[in-house]
Ligand binder design. Structure first.
Ligand code: CDP
Length: 239
């Protein structure tokens, strides 16, 4: 019987955190599909704010005076439609994956006004529950009451290889494909920045279930998360 039918209408929040390219978004998307839940990629939201800063040429200004980031957040609109993300009404699903966004996103996401604004939006997206949300601080800050918290990890080299294949598959005209070594460096430096920052650092919640995805297939990861979700849903009164 499909999982969706078995679980009726008890709806929980599944928080999936972990370092860059640990398999969060692929796992979260598939878990959401199986459960009939909404999937929210919070990294894509931070990437969208970063893209906006790059497009407006305001990154250097913000670097010099971080408080200037508030101007970027005024009237910002970020929404999801299925697999796509819209920034101020424009589909930016491809642009936000660009390596120049990846290089700057940890800086933008370390800023308190950015985190506060996106936190508000993320909590609103999860208000009705029935959500799988992935990021760095979902179990610790956004939804500390999430019924299921997962922390995905994987070896850095393995993660760089995955990112390489992902970028290769999504290459657009004129975009450059970085080599695996430089991707590994970028991933490690982003992990450091995300774990060491002052506000909402990347951290495993004490209750989170850690899954090392290094040798696992996507299907195996998805099965593990869905099995844990099923157990929790079965033991929980409807919400
Ligand atoms: O896909 P990948 O793992 O490379 O990263 P992502 O999930 O798209 O997130 C991009 C960046 O956004 C991260 O490196 C963090 O700096 C930031 N981020 C965050 O600070 N908090 C979140 N909840 C999600 C992402």
């Amino acid at each position: 019987m499909p999982l969706k039918q078995q679980i009726g209408n008890k709806r929980i929040i599944i928080a999936l955190d972990g370092p860059a390219a640990s398999g969060k978004s692929t796992t979260a998307r598939k878990v959401a599909q199986r459960l009939g839940y909404i999937y929210i990629d919070t990294g894509a939201m931070y990437r969208s704010v970063t893209l906006k800063a790059l497009e407006q040429g305001s990154l250097e200004v913000v670097r010099r005076s971080p408080e200037c980031v508030s101007a970027l957040l005024e009237n910002i609109s970020i929404c999801f439609q299925g697999e796509k993300i819209f920034l101020d009404g424009r589909d930016v699903s491809l642009e936000i994956r660009d390596n120049r966004v990846s290089r700057e996103v940890s800086f933008i996401s370390s800023l308190k006004p950015v985190r506060d604004r996106l936190l508000e939006m993320q909590q609103e997206f999860g208000r009705e529950r029935g959500v799988v949300m992935d990021g760095r601080d979902i179990g610790t800050v956004v939804f500390p009451d999430a019924e299921l918290k997962i922390f995905l990890v994987a070896d850095a080299r393995e993660r760089a290889k995955r990112r390489y294949l992902e970028l290769k598959a999504k290459m657009t005209e004129g975009s450059e494909l970085p080599d695996i070594e430089s991707l590994e460096e970028e991933i490690k430096s982003r992990d450091r920045a995300d774990a060491e920052r002052e506000h909402a650092p990347l951290k495993k919640h004490p209750e989170a279930v850690e899954i090392d995805t290094s040798g696992l297939t996507i299907e195996a990861q998805v099965d593990m998360v869905c099995d844990l979700a099923r157990e929790i849903i079965a033991g929980q009164p409807g919400r």
